[in-house]
Design a binder for this molecule. Structure first.
Ligand code: DX5
Ligand code: ZN
Length: 215
């Protein structure tokens, strides 16, 4: 089992984004988590392709692009060109998940599916062996700084056994309300990657918080 940390730039200082990118480069963090929101799939708008391009110029670690948008398949190529290394899109926003996963892989990227808190992990039974990542939302997507939904632990455990049963390789990523208190419990339950926005960027020492989350 891996223990990866993906700070979410949604909580970064957009006026001085370069400083935060550099902080992550120098920290023990593993991925840059980039939250793309369209104001339709989620009730919020974040940032888009030009910002990903700018981050890519300075980032020394993979860009994990979380698409919270309707018709995500229309934008895979644009995000790949902008510098995404991993693209995850929502189960709830997609009709042809198998095709979409292949499209992302054909672009040379890692592909993942995201589940909202209400979506059962059992729905992934027939696609799990094709996935590089499953991102479990532990809050309702749209905003940083929300309260962690406790039910997530059960979902991680269930997904972990499904992955083992099918001998699949997907990483389990958890996103929303992650902090230094629940991080060890999430890793223990079987998570491989933890996303953290507020916990990192609103802390006094973000570099130290990343280290604490990881260890
Ligand atoms: C929520 C986003 C998250 C968010 C996490 O819609 O997908 O990545 O930035 O923020 P925190 O860690 O503050 O809950
Ligand atoms: Zn996210």
């Amino acid at each position: 089992m891996q223990k990866l940390i993906a700070p979410s730039l949604l909580s970064a200082d957009f006026l001085n984004l370069g400083n935060d990118v550099e902080m992550i480069n120098k920290s023990e963090a593993d991925w840059f988590h980039c939250d793309i929101m369209d104001g339709r799939f989620v009730p919020n708008i974040s940032f888009g392709i030009p910002v990903i391009q700018a981050i890519k110029k300075q980032a020394k670690k993979p860009l994990d692009v979380h698409l919270m948008i309707v018709e995500p398949e229309k934008y895979f190529e644009a995000f790949a060109k902008a510098g995404a290394d991993i693209i995850t899109f929502h189960y709830e926003a997609s009709t042809h998940i198998h095709r979409s996963v292949q499209q992302i892989k054909d672009l040379g990227l890692k592909a993942g599916v995201v589940l909202n808190p209400h979506t059962s992990v059992t729905l992934l039974e027939d696609i799990i062996s094709d996935l590089d990542v499953v991102l479990l939302m532990s809050v309702n997507p749209g905003f940083g700084g929300q309260k962690f939904i406790e039910r997530t632990y059960e979902k991680i455990k269930k997904l972990r056994s499904m992955i083992a049963e099918q001998n699949a390789h997907a990483l389990i990523e958890v996103d929303g309300g992650v902090n230094t208190t629940n991080a060890p419990l999430l890793f223990e339950a079987g998570a491989d990657v933890l996303v953290a926005g507020n916990a990192v960027f609103k802390s006094e020492n973000p570099t130290e918080t990343i280290k604490l989350l990881k260890n």
